[in-house]
Design a protein around this ligand. Structure first.
Ligand code: ADP
Ligand code: MG
Length: 379
């Protein structure tokens, strides 16, 4: 059985143990006290007593967060900050100092500082600032992933606009032709049908292009009952694929009392629809389609697993590596965006997993896992 998975971009990085913090302060007693406390929380902590050591440590240890004192013995705080950012612009910086008025704070904010802590502060204040800084850092790094196709991100909305307007006009004109035409003219009727199908195909193509580049919407995460999403899709399949559905037997095996997941409902529905659509397209000759849900408690706090099984044409082994690439398709009229969109939604936006197993001539199994808890790095 051939297997591939779409979680190339998965990063299980929120564990504190893997997170590195650099404290830059010439007051070593103070730095060591904070370091000890942060280590108790599970962070890996480094200390630099001056600017030049700090810059070396940023290069050698790649800390994700730097707690920076502005008064350093060798270089000015702003210089240290700029040089740290030049090494890795994703490094999150929180200033810890007694020094500085509001104007200074504004300048530092502009230079990319996330937060300011004025000495003296409690460890609780520090921990809150540290956690918040990691959250912002992760969100920023995450957003960059969507810039992987910067040209498409600009081009698709433009393309969509240019195509959609004429399509609406064609659709409208066609409706008039249809009303006025002689319904007994079979060739004319068939021609109208061809135009309708082509218009629909283009509309779907444009929609897929837009779905692929749509920016993530963190605010739309809600509690979602996956069984309900699956039931909705299964119930609407006959309507969506009238021809195919007559030949395909659908079985839904949904475990009762499935915990809810935190997800963007519309996106998850769309990802599942893309998977089911592929399964149906692979079973043009008919067959059985099974979808199962279950709860996996390990690793805690667990996740919901959804398995889609078709007995369609399957895939060639050499194609598996390309499945999640945008525009990879083996269909004469495919866009190759369906699974690329699934990968974006499930892996990048929900920190889930998607795995495909397939055998040519036998069928395909697509397994999706979604964490029950809202991923910590999605706010
Ligand atoms: P499209 O459906 O437009 O071709 P997708 O990204 O949805 O684009 O799928 C990419 C390719 O993956 C398909 O062209 C097909 O070769 C293969 N594929 C996906 N799902 C299945 C499946 N259930 N059975 C067989 N092949 C599949
Ligand atoms: Mg598809």
């Amino acid at each position: 059985m051939n297997t591939t998975n779409g979680d190339l971009a998965t990063s299980e990085k929120m564990e504190a143990g893997e997170r590195k913090i650099l404290i830059v302060d010439d007051n070593l007693e103070f730095a060591k006290t904070i370091a000890r406390n942060l280590e108790k929380e599970g962070f890996r902590v480094f200390i630099a007593p001056d600017g030049s050591t700090a810059i070396q440590k940023v290069s050698s240890e790649s800390p994700e967060l730097v707690l920076l004192d502005l008064k350093l013995p060798d270089i000015a705080g702003m210089d240290a900050l700029k040089r740290i950012k030049a090494i890795n612009e994703d490094t999150a910086i929180v200033i810890i100092t007694a020094y500085g008025g509001e104007q200074v704070a504004v300048d530092f904010m502009k230079a990319g500082v996330i937060d300011f802590l004025s000495k003296p502060f409690t460890f609780e204040d520090l921990l809150t600032a540290v956690k918040n800084a990691f959250k912002i850092h992760d969100a920023q790094v995450d957003d960059k992933r969507y810039e992987r196709f910067p040209h498409l991100e600009k081009f698709f909305p433009f393309l969509a606009h240019e195509i959609r307007n004429p399509l609406h006009a064609i659709g409208g004109a066609l409706a008039i032709i249809q009303r006025r035409s002689d319904s007994k003219d079979e060739l004319l009727n068939q021609s109208i049908e061809v135009i309708q199908e082509e218009v629909q195909h283009l509309n779907e193509f444009v929609q897929e292009c837009l779905d692929f580049v749509r920016p993530p919407s963190r605010s739309r995460f809600v509690e979602v009952d996956i069984n309900e999403v699956i039931s909705f899709i299964v119930d609407t399949m006959p309507h969506r694929f009238q021809e195919l559905c007559r030949k395909i037997r659908i079985t839904a095996d949904l475990v009762p009392e499935l915990p809810k997941v935190y997800a963007n409902y519309d996106e998850i529905k769309q990802a599942f629809l893309n998977i089911v659509r592929n399964a149906f397209e692979a079973m043009a000759e008919g067959g059985e389609f099974v979808v199962k849900t279950s709860f996996k408690s390990d690793p805690a706090p667990g996740g919901v697993e959804i398995v889609f099984v078709d007995h369609g044409i399957g895939m060639k082994e050499e194609n598996l590596q390309f499945l999640f690439h945008p525009f990879f398709t083996t269909k004469p009229r495919g866009t190759g965006l369906g699974l690329a969109i699934c990968q974006r939604i499930i892996v990048e936006r929900h920190r889930g997993k998607i795995r495909v197993q397939s055998e040519e001539g036998k069928g395909t199994t697509v397994t999706v896992e979604l964490p029950v808890e809202m991923p910590k790095d999605i706010s």
